[in-house]
Design a protein around this ligand. Structure first.
Ligand code: PEP
Ligand code: MG
Length: 755
């Protein structure tokens, strides 16, 4: 038994000597295969390395025909070697030829061998090659031998990762580790980011693989596991999950793994085979990843993330590093790559050095997206597995418009994008020149362009982009990035700063729109079947009047002596507005009674987001000072398409008859009642859509700051009268041409409208 276990340890010790020798990479590989063959008592040992073109090339062999080195090759999925690479798991066969995947490579002269053991060469779950031993006899290799081969494969993986093998590559295709990857995600915040990968949670690179003293490594592991268990138990017991940014469910999963005997036994086995404790954790994790990455079950994939996190924590414990991102200097062109992150974490990076953000998760309305947009950071989300495919420092390009990602891009791709960036910069410069030009159409129609905001970082855009005011201030963002409920004083301070920064330009605050997908970590949320239609926004505010009254008080105080514009989201019935208004009146009375200054003027409005309001316009318009169309929600509810679900969100066209007619009727009703009306959904920020809105009669639009330039350029090149004359008849019943979008595109082309 002892000699059996000493085998792999001895092999690793020899390998360490070989790694330290000042020889070429080819000589090193040649020596390694000889050592392995001798140790496993095999007649053949071969190393196949995965090239960027998906071909596994024979890089070294002991026992097969040496002439075949760098000549013999198999595609991934082809032959036994290809199968191991494709499935990332070992293959142990007493009679290789009987296997259906067997493919004979005549140049290698392998016909004499019957038994076959192959293991993938893995690093962070990625397959970099395959390591094989073969014997003439029909034998099944022992568990220990499989383990030993997997362990030595790690050493070869390090050689690949360190770039040593690139030097002896015969073809200029390069190795798989440097393979350019083109992935498609979802563009969440526009702009092109060119730069280098910074992993939000850097993988700890274990370079010290081979142990000096196995017993000592075992003790280190025991101690680190104890510390890990204690830290998780502490977190669970403290109940302060929000501060650590984690959820109870995830921590429970961590705890389950941290006490899992099977996991720990596998790590101990790798240590017995001669690895250091940290290398053993990495090896076990790499095997697990390789297997689970091929899983399509979302539950199992989620558990893989948990297990990854836990293994990383354990490696950090062993190497004495803190949890969380490294504090090292960010490169000047950082593209942050993460599974997901909170809005506050993004803010922590500081805007200056970030060129982009790339997430495996992330949705169009997630908090980090909203903050990313506010900061003007190109953002792409929903790119599977990108964290494990990317290495820190890799060149990367992300396109926040199309959702494209190019990891380690080829030179021609880099050139094309550099051109795209220059083009965008030129366009931005043109927009900046428009900043102080009036937003008036060619035929003299004034269209007021305001901007949407939600954080203080947004406000410099007001002057930079030349907005007429803030048409929508999403107050919930302050609540979403905070770690506990902002108190009255904090809210008041924020609103004061907003009004100061606006320097007299109007600001339309919107009362808290939380609930649904906008969860506050510190507010216990209830599980809802349909959160978007659930207990959110004003519904929550009216049921918890203390919360809403605090916000109203903060707003009234901040606007003392100035103008206050406040609107309420998700109103479905006139009565809800009346109740909200009476809260404002109560607060006003309270402030006056206590001798506080109050705003000079107060205007209260409603967001038109729930279709039911469209049928109560006459009543509603008698009471409100203004209305603002939240077209994101109004469209979602009118067409019953979840705005965050990319499968259906593009299914229907807001420029179709149904939606445009509804908007037109709303406009007509508001005009008749002399109530000002704005539109502040994403629709307003897209030039063609904004053109349609102007065509049906909107004269006030609010949009994200980056859209102000393009929309103003459109307006200044438009003849609004002509457009209306041709567009409005198309909204009448019985008009022949039903495709309004096509008509708008044609009109813009004919009339040279800048889109
Ligand atoms: C809307 O629904 O159109 C809107 C502007 O509000 P939000 O996007 O914040 O829901
Ligand atoms: Mg809304």
């Amino acid at each position: 038994m002892r000699s059996n276990l000493a085998g792999p340890r001895l092999l690793l010790r020899r390998l360490r000597e070989v790694m330290a020798e000042p020889i070429t990479a080819q000589e090193r590989l040649d020596k390694i295969v000889v050592l392995i063959a001798a140790n496993v008592v095999a007649e053949v040992c071969s190393v196949y390395i995965l090239r960027a073109d998906g071909v596994l090339e024979l890089y070294a062999t002991e026992g097969l025909n040496r002439e075949a080195v760098h000549r013999a090759s198999l595609r991934v999925g082809q032959g036994l070697v290809g199968l191991i690479a494709a499935e990332a798991r070992p293959l142990n066969l007493p009679n290789a030829r009987a296997h259906p995947s067997f493919a004979y490579l005549p140049e290698t002269g392998e016909d004499a061998y019957n038994s076959f053991l192959g293991v993938p060469i893995l690093r962070a779950g990625r397959t970099l090659g395959v390591l094989v031993v073969q014997n003439q006899s029909h034998r099944t290799y022992l568990e220990d031998e499989v383990e030993a081969l997997q362990t030595t494969a790690m050493v070869i993986a390090e050689m690949v990762a360190a770039g040593e093998l690139e030097a002896i590559a015969q073809k200029d295709t390069g190795l798989d580790l440097s393979r350019p990857i083109h992935a498609m995600g979802v563009g969440l915040a526009e702009g092109v980011g060119l730069g280098h990968v910074v992993l939000h949670e850097p993988r700890v690179v274990v370079t010290n693989l081979i142990a000096e003293d196995t017993e000592a490594e075992k003790h280190r592991l025991d101690a680190a596991i104890n510390r890990l268990r204690l830290s998780i138990d502490d977190l669970l017991a403290s109940g302060d999950m929000a501060a650590a940014g984690e959820h109870r469910e995830v921590l429970e999963a961590y705890r389950m793994f941290a006490y899992d005997r099977g996991w720990i036994r596998k790590i101990e086995e790798a240590i017995r085979n001669g690895l250091t404790a940290e290398a053993a954790v990495e090896k076990v994790q790499s095997d697990m990843r390789a297997r689970l990455l091929r899983q399509t079950d979302p539950y199992l994939r989620e558990r893989l993330h948990d297990l990854d996190d836990l293994a990383n924590r354990l490696i950090r414990e062993l190497m004495g590093r803190e949890h969380g991102s490294e504090t090292g200097e960010l490169p000047k062109d950082a593209i942050i790559v993460a599974r997901n992150m909170g809005a506050a974490e993004l803010l922590d990076y500081g805007r200056d050095r970030i060129r982009g953000l790339l997430l495996e998760e992330g949705g169009p309305t997630s908090h980090v997206t909203i903050v990313g947009r506010a900061l003007g950071i190109p953002l792409v989300g929903q790119v599977d597995d990108i964290v494990s495919l990317a290495d820190a420092g890799d060149a990367i390009i992300i396109d926040g418009e199309t959702g494209e990602v190019h990891l380690r891009p080829a030179q021609d791709v880099q050139n094309a994008y550099a051109e795209k960036v220059r083009f965008r910069a030129r366009r931005q410069a043109q927009y900046r020149r428009l900043r102080n030009k009036p937003s008036v159409t060619k035929d003299g129609v004034e269209v007021s362009l305001q901007m949407n905001a939600g954080l203080l970082v947004d406000l410099p855009h007001l002057a930079e982009a030349g907005a007429a005011g803030v048409g929508l201030f999403r107050t919930e963002l302050q609540f979403m990035v905070a770690s506990s409920f902002p108190r009255l004083k904090e809210q008041q301070a924020q609103y004061t700063q907003v009004l100061d920064a606006a320097a007299g330009k109007p600001v339309t605050f919107r009362s808290l729109d939380i609930g649904g997908d906008k969860v506050l970590p510190y507010l216990r949320s209830i599980q809802e079947e349909n959160p978007a239609m659930g207990w959110r926004a004003l519904r929550l505010g009216l049921d918890r009047p203390g919360l809403l009254r605090t916000q109203i008080r903060a707003l009234l105080r901040a606007a003392a002596g100035r103008d206050l514009k406040l609107m309420f989201p998700m109103v479905a019935e006139v009565d809800e507005f009346l109740k909200a208004r009476s809260l404002v009146e109560k607060e006003l009375k309270h402030l006056r009674r206590h001798g506080h200054d109050v705003p000079e003027t107060i205007r209260l409005g409603v967001m038109i987001e729930v279709p039911s309001l469209l049928f109560q316009l006459d009543e509603l318009l008698q009471h409100v000072d203004f209305v603002s169309v939240g077209s994101n929600d109004l469209f979602q509810f009118m067409f019953a398409v979840d705005r965050g679900n990319t499968r259906v969100s593009d299914r229907f066209d807001p420029l179709g008859l149904g939606f445009l007619r509804a908007l037109k009727r709303l406009l007509d009703a508001a005009n008749r009642a002399h109530v000002p009306v704005t539109l502040c959904g994403e629709l307003a920020g897209r030039p063609l859509e904004a053109m349609a809105l102007v065509g049906i009669g909107f004269r006030d639009l609010s949009m994200s700051p980056s859209s102000l330039g393009p929309v103003k350029a459109m307006i200044r090149s438009l003849d609004a009268g002509r457009l209306a004359a041709r567009l409005l008849p198309r909204l009448e019943p019985g008009h022949q041409d039903k495709n309004i979008r096509d008509f708008l595109v044609r009109f813009a082309e004919e009339m040279d409208v800048v889109l």
